[in-house]
Design a protein around this ligand. Structure first.
Ligand code: ATP
Length: 266
C-alpha cells in the first residue's frame, strides 16, 4: 500500500473504509496540485465500483496476470511504464520501485494536458525518487498517427521505441492504437470488460494500489529466473481465459453476498 500522501485528518484509522477514503483523499489532494484531472476522480469512482464486486482483494486471476506481466516486462528489450495523473497520485513510490527493478523508464502520458500538469507529475515522481522521467519535453515529442487525443504525443526514446508498454488505468483508444503499432500492452484495470482490458495482451484486474506492490514482489522473485522460464510463463498465460475466470469470480462473489452481506447487520 502506498505510503504517499497525508492521512485524511477527519477519518479515524479504525474506520472500516479507511484505506479507500485515504486513496480518495490522495486523489483530491492530487487534483488540487494539478496532478489529477477532474475526470480522474470520476474514473476512480468507476474503478471503486468494480473493486467492491471483486471483494476488494487481489484475486487468484489477478495474481496469474501479474506473474505473466512481470515475466513479459523482464524479457522485453524496451519495456516502458506509462504514467497518468491518477497513478502518480496513488502509487508514486511503487512506480519508481518497479521501474528500477524491471529497468523500465517512466513516461508521463496524459489525456488532459492542462498547463502545469506535466511539471506537477514530474515533481511528484521526483519526490518519490525518480531520476529519469520521459515525456516531459514537449518540443521533442513525436506523434502516434493511430491516435487523435493528446495521448498521441510520445517520447521518441520511450513509448515510440518500446516493445512492451505498461499502461495502468488506460483508455481503450490508446490501448488499441498501441496494439496496432505492434506493441505488447499490459494494463491494470478494475473493469474486466473495459475496452482496455479486452484489447491488452495482459490485463491485471485489480486495484492499482494493490497491484503495484504485488508486481514489485513478483519482480523481485522472477528476475532471478532464466529467460526460457520467463517465456514459458508468458506462453502459458491466456488473457481471454483469465478475463473469463475473473467474470466467473465476480459472479460467484455476488452470489455469495446474497446471504453474507446481511451478516454485518446482526
Ligand atoms: P475503456 O475506454 O477502456 O472502456 P473507460 O472509458 O472506462 O475504459 P476511463 O474512463 O479512462 O476508461 O477509466 C479508466 C479505467 O480505470 C476504468 O475502467 C476504471 O475501472 C479503471 N480504474 C479506475 N481507478 C482504478 C484503480 N485505482 N485501479 C485499477 N483500475 C482503476
Amino acid at each position: 500500500m502506498s505510503k504517499q500522501g497525508n492521512k485524511p485528518s477527519h477519518v479515524p484509522e479504525d474506520h472500516p473504509r479507511f484505506e479507500s477514503l485515504k486513496h480518495r483523499h490522495d486523489l483530491i489532494e492530487g487534483m488540487k496540485n494539478l496532478i489529477v484531472a477532474e475526470a480522474g476522480l470520476i474514473a476512480h469512482g468507476r474503478g471503486e465500483c468494480f473493486d467492491y464486486i471483486l471483494g476488494e482483494k487481489t484475486n487468484k486471476t489477478a495474481l496469474e496476470a501479474i506473474k505473466a506481466a512481470v515475466a513479459l516486462l523482464l524479457v522485453s528489450d524496451h519495456p516502458i511504464i506509462s504514467v497518468n495523473g491518477n497513478v502518480a497520485a496513488l502509487v508514486p513510490e511503487e512506480l519508481v520501485k518497479l521501474s528500477t527493478i524491471i529497468s523500465a523508464p517512466l513516461e508521463i502520458n496524459l489525456f488532459y494536458r492542462k498547463e502545469g500538469r506535466i511539471e506537477a507529475i514530474t515533481n511528484a515522481l521526483k519526490k518519490a525518487g525518480a531520476t529519469n522521467i520521459l515525456g516531459t519535453d514537449e518540443s521533442t515529442m513525436v506523434e502516434i498517427e493511430e491516435l487523435r487525443s493528446n495521448r498521441r504525443l510520445v517520447d521518441p526514446n520511450g513509448i515510440k521505441i518500446a516493445d512492451t508498454v505498461f499502461v495502468p488505468l488506460e483508455d481503450g483508444d490508446r490501448t488499441e492504437a498501441l496494439k496496432k503499432l505492434g506493441k505488447r500492452v499490459i494494463t491494470v484495470d478494475l473493469n474486466p470488460i473495459s475496452r482496455t482490458a479486452l484489447w491488452a495482451d495482459i490485463s491485471i484486474v485489480d486495484n492499482i494500489v494493490r497491484a503495484l506492490p504485488a508486481m514489485i514482489e513478483m519482480a523481485t522473485k522472477l528476475r532471478k529466473l532464466p529467460s526460457e522460464e520467463l517465456n514459458q510463463i508468458i506462453f502459458t498465460f491466456n488473457n481471454k481465459k483469465n478475463i473469463q475466470d475473473t467474470l466467473e469470480l465476480i459472479k460467484n462473489y455476488i452470489e455469495s453476498q446474497k446471504e453474507e452481506a446481511f451478516k454485518i447487520l446482526k
